[in-house]
Design a protein around this ligand. Structure first.
Ligand SMILES: [Zn+2]
Length: 155
């Protein structure tokens, strides 16, 4: 391993500006999740434009409602609105929040839990297959689709 490769693998120092930026992102996320914890997003936030205007469910459809239910300790309801959010988004979100905390509070960068283009392609494949499956007709795929907002339980 040469010196250039070694430098690439080591997390560099975090600049003061980046520490502040990480803190601001954390504060913004805390605000969004704070609102989502107390308010059901239906009626508060417009419906996903992909579903509303293009007529198909994107991989994120139902994520806000799923987040609302997760924040209120209802994982089954969260799963009902977006299973991918729980399987993939939740662990990545926790890692991202921890990474931002490490940057903001300690000026340290965390190593990414997964690295390399193979993982990126695998993640893209999972997202594409999930998106296709939740838009296929039939009962078998019904559980991948979020309930219509009108049928979604308000707070
Ligand atoms: Zn969507």
């Amino acid at each position: 391993m040469g010196p250039v490769e070694y430098r690439k693998r080591q997390p560099g120092p975090v600049r003061t500006r980046d520490r502040w930026l990480a803190g601001l992102v954390l504060l913004g996320a805390a605000g969004v999740f704070g609102v989502l914890a107390v308010r059901h997003p239906v009626g508060l936030i417009p419906a996903c434009p992909t579903a509303a205007h293009l007529g198909f469910y994107c991989p994120g459809c139902g994520s806000l409602r799923a987040s609302h239910h997760l924040l209120n300790a209802r994982p089954a309801e969260g799963w009902r609105h977006n299973p991918l959010l729980i399987v993939v988004g939740l662990p990545l979100g926790v890692w991202f929040a921890a990474s931002l905390c490490a940057m903001a509070a300690f000026g340290k960068r965390l190593h990414a839990p997964i690295r390399g283009s193979v993982w990126a392609w695998a993640a893209l494949a999972v997202i594409l297959v999930y998106t296709a499956a939740r838009n296929l007709p039939g009962e078998a795929f019904e559980r991948l689709r979020p309930p219509e907002p009108a049928q979604s339980d308000p707070p």
